[in-house]
Design a protein around this ligand. Structure first.
Ligand code: MTE
Length: 320
């Protein structure tokens, strides 16, 4: 599955077919928005969930910034070697167990220290901005890495719409959790729903991707459908999947792996080859599907030029 060729596109071109073809649903949305405005209701209360987006729907993309020219992994590797503990703790389990995961309709609620709290349906998210293809390195804390043509746009695009207030200093993210669809979650050993957090300036950095697809299509369920975060300068566990809640908050929020083992997984979790995990070295990594750690791990996973300035004055050995 080759990545789409970038080109000069109009807004209509970058709107997924499944979205713009569904005119009736669009008109219903417009109608409800108008009624809400008339009734003085906030959009937060009336987002229209739409069932039109399924895993594997083709997306039209433009070329985004920050792409690496390293060799892209195959779709097969990226969609069959996953961490998604809600669907099992072994790497092959999510691909098998997430097949029936119901991801539509889907809404993401954005609340907290914002002037305009709001719920976004996945269709609304797909239309917020032209969808960019960004080829990022993705490095897991366990020592493996992959190169993936993700699709999405900067998280800041969505954040600006809700207008974070001066009190917002962090962003808290929460994944969907339904034990009836995710029975293995009970045996995962971590607290669920999965939660993660970023400092506001990290979340607003243009590299921070609100991701809705990969390899020219909407995300496979096991890769975090229908919408997830991708933070390429941080260990993979910061890149939370299947997002349903985003809260702008004053205080540093919890993060699942930090709660599980604070000595092993810090809040920042920037990729740092000089700070070993208490149980293994982080100096090298294996690029899937390789078996040996033949790649040197780079500071900030190679994105130092973009993000190092976010951490001026912060001791990155203490704040791992
Ligand atoms: N998000 C949720 N909801 N549940 C998870 O178990 N695992 C994290 C992160 N996001 C996880 C999650 C970890 S440990 C990693 S390394 C990445 O997802 C893996 O992303 P990938 O499977 O797309 O490579």
């Amino acid at each position: 599955m080759a990545p789409q060729k970038p080109g000069h596109l109009t807004y209509a071109d970058v709107t997924p077919k499944s979205v713009y073809l569904d005119r009736r649903k669009f008109l219903r949305g417009v109608g409800i928005t108008a009624i809400a405005a008339f009734a003085g209701k906030r959009l937060y209360d009336v987002a229209v969930p739409s069932p039109s987006v399924q895993a594997g729907t083709k997306l039209t993309t433009i070329k985004g910034p920050f792409s690496t020219d390293e060799k892209i992994n195959t779709f097969d590797v990226v969609s069959h070697y996953n961490n998604f503990y809600e669907f099992g703790v072994d790497k092959e389990q999510p691909a098998k167990n997430a097949q029936k995961f119901v991801t539509s309709p889907w809404t993401v609620a954005v609340s907290g220290e914002v002037a305009k709290p709001r719920k976004f349906s996945i269709d609304e998210i797909l239309k917020l901005a032209p969808l960019e293809e960004r080829i990022y390195r993705h490095r897991c804390v366990e020592g493996w890495s992959i190169v993936v043509p993700w699709i999405g746009f900067s998280f800041s695009t969505l954040a600006k719409l809700v207008e974070p207030t001066a009190k917002a200093r962090f962003v808290a993210f929460e994944s969907y959790y339904d034990p009836s669809q995710m029975p293995l979650g009970r045996e995962a050993g971590i607290a669920l729903p999965y939660v993660e957090g970023l400092r506001l300036d990290e979340a607003m950095h243009p590299l921070a991707l609100l991701c809705v697809g990969m390899y020219g299509e909407t995300l496979p369920n096991q890769d975090g459908a229908p919408v997830r975060m991708i933070l390429p300068w941080k260990y993979g566990f910061k890149s939370i999947k299947s997002l349903v809640k985003i809260r702008f908050v004053k205080d540093q929020p919890d993060s699942t792996w930090n709660l599980y083992a604070p000595r092993e997984y810090g809040f920042y979790s920037n990729v740092n080859p000089e700070v070993d995990h208490p149980r293994w070295s982080q100096a090298r990594e294996r690029r899937l599907p390789e078996f040996f750690k033949s790649h040197k791990t780079l500071m900030f996973n190679g994105y130092g030029d973009q993000v190092a300035s976010l951490y001026t004055g912060l001791d990155l050995r203490k704040n791992y």
